[in-house]
Ligand binder design. Structure first.
Ligand SMILES: [Zn+2]
Length: 113
């Protein structure tokens, strides 16, 4: 379950930002997860609950924003949502090699004090 190592490094990043800010507690972490990032939100939440104990994030809330996968079709000059890994444009049925969103895995905001 790689969500544990992802959450581990997310918490480390959060702890660094916290001490840079001169704070001692993390209240809220917001992360963005792309549909194609390979990260399962439920597993990430589970990892967070397991790892936060005894850390500055012990009382923190985890907010997960899921980003749908979106491709760009140059022929149609349009973005389209893709549900699978074929990236096929629904208008012209050409496969798109240009994935615009959906692979994110990042810490987007942090509330500390
Ligand atoms: Zn198209």
């Amino acid at each position: 379950m790689h969500e544990f190592s992802i959450m581990q490094s997310t918490l480390e990043t959060a702890a660094q930002k916290m001490s840079v800010a001169g704070a001692t507690q993390i209240h809220r972490l917001s992360v963005r997860i792309g549909q194609l990032s390979g990260v399962v939100p439920e597993a990430l939440r589970f990892a967070f609950d397991a790892l936060k104990t005894g850390s500055p994030a012990a009382g923190a809330e985890l907010a997960i924003e899921e980003i749908p996968a979106v491709c760009w079709c140059a022929d149609c000059a349009a973005e389209f949502a893709t549900a699978d890994l074929k990236y096929e444009c629904p208008r012209c049925h050409q496969p798109s090699g240009d994935l615009r969103r959906g692979k994110e895995m990042e810490l987007t905001s942090l509330e500390v004090s």
